[in-house]
Structures are given as C-alpha cells and as structure tokens.
Design a protein around this ligand. Structure first.
Ligand SMILES: Cc1cc2nc3c(=O)[nH]c(=O)nc-3n(C[C@H](O)[C@H](O)[C@H](O)COP(=O)(O)OP(=O)(O)OC[C@H]3O[C@@H](n4cnc5c(N)ncnc54)[C@H](O)[C@@H]3O)c2cc1C
Length: 490
C-alpha cells in the first residue's frame, strides 16, 4: 500500500516537498488555511494592477527549476526566469547612488569614483564570497538536520570554521570597503535572512555572490507564477489540495503522529506529517506541551523572531521616471534602524525604504502606471501579538520620506493597500509576524536553526523558512526537497 503524507501548508516549502514525494510514489494531501498555493508568495490584483507580495527578489533560479526537472519534465513549461542585469539602485542620504549589477566592470567603475580602495579590493571580495557560497552549497544547504549529532559530522565541522562564522557581516565588509554608504548597501543583505548586519555572521556575504555573480531574477508574468507552476506540477502528479482548510491538531501516540484534525472536526490519518507553516506556531498550536519536551513554551518564549515587514502596495496612475526594477532609499543612520527593530522593538522614524517596480521589466503587469511594492523593515509584533505603530500614520511617514528624497507618490495613487506584521501573523500563522522564523543574529541561531525532523515525534517533519537551511525562497524550496528525500530515504 502507498504510504501517505499529510502536509500542513501550501507554501513554497510544502509544494516542493509534495512534488518530490508524489513523484516518488507517495500519496500526498496538502491542507492550506488560505485559498491560494504559494503561502507568502501570493499575487495581489486590483483592476489593472498586479503585484507580488512576498518574494520580489529571486536568486538561485536553478533551485526552483530543479524541483520540476527532477520529475522528468521541462521547467520552462511551468515558469520562466528573466535575468536582471543592473538590478538594484541604492540611493544614499548624502545624494550619492550606487547600482548593483552582475557586471563587475560596472561595479568597479562606480567604486573607483566612490571608494577607490574598494575598487582595488573588489575582485578579492567577490572571490571570498564565492568561496563561502560554494562551501555552504556543498556542505550545508542540502543536509537535513534531525539531531545535534548531525551538526557534528566531521566534514560539516571543518566547513563551519571556514565560512567566517565568528565575524559580523559589517566587520567583514570593513575589510574591503571604506565608503560607509557602500558598506550599507552590502550590509543590507543581512535583511534577506531577517537579521542585523552588525550581528549576523559574515557567512551571509554569500548573498553578495548570488546577487552580483549568479544574478537576480524575475519570473515572467510575476514571481507568483513560480507557485502556480509548482501547484500545476503537483496536481499532475496526483497531489490532493484542500484549500481554506485549517489544521487544528496533530494527534500522537507513543511518540508517533497518527492523524490531523481539521477545523471542521474531520480526522485525517497519515504515515508522515510535514509541517510547512511556521515551526513555532505549529508546535505551540497543534501539539500539547507534554508531547514536545524538547520544545516547551519556556524555550519558545526565549527565541528571537526575525525581522518583519511593513508593506505598501501602490498602483500609480503614471510611470515615474528614474525607477528601475529594484531600488533602495537608505536612511541616515542604518545601524540605529537595527537597534530600533531588534533591541527596542520599535519602528524606525528614518527607515530605509525598498521599492520594487516589476512593471519596469514587465509593463503588462500594470499597463496604466507603476506597480510599487514598498517595504520597510519592521520589528516582529510585540509579545502580546499587537502592533507597535499606527499603520496610517506610518504610511504617511513613508510617503513623506520618499517625497523628501524626490519621489512624490501621493498625487498619483490609483490603488493602495497597507500590509502590517500583524496581517502577516494572522494570514500565514507566522509567529509574531516574522518573515523568516527566527533571527540569525547570533552565531548559534544562524547555524543551528530548528531541525527538520521533530526530536519528540519521529514521523513529524518541518520545512520552510523557520527551519534549516533558512529563510528566503530558494532555501525554503531546498528544505521541502530535503525533507521529502529524508522520508523517501534517497
Ligand atoms: C513581505 C515579504 C517579502 C519577502 N521578500 C523576499 C524576497 O525578496 N526574496 C525571497 O527569497 N524571500 C522573500 N520573502 C520570504 C519568502 O516569502 C519566504 O521565505 C517563503 O515564501 C516562505 O515559504 P514557506 O514555505 O516557508 O512558508 P509560507 O509561505 O509561510 O507557507 C506556509 C503556509 O502554511 C499555511 N499554514 C500554516 N499553518 C497552517 C495550519 N495550521 N493549517 C493550514 N495551513 C497552515 C500558511 O497559511 C501558509 O500558506 C519575503 C517574505 C515576505 C512576507
């Protein structure tokens, strides 16, 4: 008889696990509280305006493609990636700007004007980030972690000491750059894993390699087409999806999960359970404390959530000049923003503002004007689950800052939606609205993310941004495949 797997959540992690398991003969059912597949990668449409909420910056396209490829079909039939050459324009408060590009010549040309020391050091810097990326890719990303012993494998330990785990990302960057503005631009990559560059290990400079060598990509028709493609392939392979269906409980007997209870009271039996939703919410809400001695509430309460986001989706009546696909408007004191967010749990009053205008690459997404996804890093919601800011006032503050920086939006708005950390918490069951589960601000958090297999219940597995190998959509997709392959034992 075919073994059955029940997956809680149709995020990118759950979808990738479902495809790999179904292709290998497992009977797979996916239960998703929302009405769409893709979790945080969700399209938002209003009139002629189409936006991607969630991942706007896509790296490592081979990861998404390989999920489909491994099932013996052509990924191009499911989604197509476009490479963005000069992808991100960084605007600094002193009026200078710096463009991120996969052309090293273009980077060095800018550095020779803005930071001559860095212009000389740049090839060395890129080579070091490549070395770190390759080690992480070989030794870290594709392993599943079930127990502490797995972390002590000799090749992994050896690799660990070679990826600069004890130096902060900011400190590492000081070795290669002298211009404080340029350092900010490279330090910002720490936010891709929901962390502070002044605390997170230099290991994450591997993101520089991805963005400046491997490239930044956009899926034709919107990044949500990746989720659509995954859903299509999963359904072709016989995966059954149950949308608008919340899982309320995981039942266990003798340290084995036996079934799920759905919100309507129905019981679903399964040989294996994969939780794709946030690990902390899943443990807290679906298992009683006595069933999870390794993950008691006291331990959970001490964990530091990753960064969250305050997002504005803004459709404009016109196209603004000077916007490219990605741009960042830095505040004057970048370090203070992280103190505000992580130490004080506050919203910055002079935040760095990221804007994605995907209609720059694909005008069909919003033919009547720009489709702006505006994101400001935000603290996780407070411990009692409430928001620390008045969303309408904070929105006005963001518009005011952009206006001061020469980007006047207010008079051209045709559509506007505000999405707060509280919305992220409620819509995706994300613990305190965190985007990537736990922060990687401490060396141990960065490397010892919660394991992919429960220590307490043998047949319960976890995939997604709150577990190994980390937040960020390619890592999440890898985690789904890692878990599926662990179950299949390949
Ligand atoms: C604003 C924002 C910007 C981002 N930007 C980027 C970016 O530029 N690049 C990048 O790579 N990544 C980015 N990310 C991160 C990326 O979106 C996530 O890493 C990834 O999509 C998470 O996928 P997942 O499978 O882990 O979880 P999710 O997408 O959270 O999916 C989990 C699913 O499980 C469901 N679920 C949970 N509990 C239950 C339950 N009890 N019953 C039923 N269903 C349940 C949830 O509804 C959800 O749909 C961003 C995220 C956000 C929110």
């Amino acid at each position: 008889m075919r073994k059955t797997v029940a997956i809680i959540g149709a995020g990118l992690g759950g979808l990738s696990a479902a495809i790999t398991l179904a292709y290998n003969g497992y009977q797979v059912k996916v239960f998703e509280k929302n009405s769409h597949a893709g979790g945080k990668l969700v399209g938002v449409t209003s009139g002629s305006y189409n936006f991607d909420f969630g991942p706007n910056t896509i790296t490592m396209p081979h990861v998404f493609r390989s999920v489909i490829e491994e099932t013996n079909v052509d990924p191009n039939d499911y989604f197509t990636f476009l490479k963005l050459e000069t992808h991100t324009r960084n605007h600094f408060h002193d009026g200078t700007s710096f463009e991120m590009s996969t052309s090293s010549e273009a980077i060095v040309e800018q550095l020779s004007r803005l930071d001559p020391y860095a212009a000389r050091k740049f090839p060395e810097y890129l080579a070091e980030t490549k070395r770190i990326y390759e080690l992480a890719n070989d030794q870290f990303f594709y392993r599943s972690f079930a127990s502490f012993k797995d972390y002590l494998a000799p090749d992994l330990t050896k690799a660990f000491f070679k990826v600069r785990p004890f130096q902060s990302l900011d400190r590492f960057h000081q070795n290669y750059f002298h211009n404080e503005q340029i350092i900010k631009a490279f330090n910002r990559y720490a936010t891709y894993i929901g962390s502070s560059p002044y605390l997170t290990p230099a290991t994450f400079s591997l993101i520089t390699y991805l963005e400046l060598v491997d490239g930044v990509f956009f899926a034709k028709g919107g990044n949500k087409t990746i989720a659509d493609g995954f859903l299509k392939r999963a359904e072709e392979l016989g995966v059954e999806f149950f949308f608008n269906t919340t899982v309320k409980k995981i039942h266990t007997k003798n340290k084995l999960a036996t079934a799920l209870t759905l919100a309507n009271g129905e019981m679903i039996e399964a040989n294996y359970i994969i939780a794709n939703g946030d690990l902390i919410t899943t443990y807290k809400n679906l298992l009683s404390e006595s069933e999870r001695p390794h993950f008691r509430d006291k331990k959970i309460d001490k964990l530091e959530p990753s960064i969250s986001a305050f997002v504005l989706l803004v459709g404009l009546k016109k196209r603004l000049p000077n916007l490219i696909h990605h741009q960042v408007y830095f505040g004057a004191n970048y370090k203070q923003e992280f103190v505000d967010i992580f130490t004080k749990g506050n919203y910055s009053l002079d935040p760095t503002i990221y804007i994605c205008n995907s209609s720059y690459t694909d005008p069909t997404l919003s033919p009547d004007g720009d489709n702006l996804f505006i994101l400001v890093n935000a603290p996780a919601t407070s411990r009692d689950g409430s928001l620390q800011v008045n969303p309408q006032q904070y929105k006005q503050r963001i518009y005011q800052i952009l206006e001061e920086k020469g980007l006047s939006l207010k008079d051209h708005i045709a559509f506007e939606e505000v999405i707060t950390p509280l919305d992220i918490q409620n819509k995706f069951f994300a613990h305190r609205g965190a985007l990537y589960g736990l922060a990687s601000n401490r060396m141990l958090n960065a490397f010892l993310r919660p394991a992919n297999r429960s220590k307490d219940i043998e047949n319960v597995y976890f995939c997604g941004g709150s577990t190994h190998p980390g937040g960020g959509s390619p890592m999440v997709v890898i985690s789904g495949q890692n878990v599926a392959k662990q179950i299949i034992n390949i």
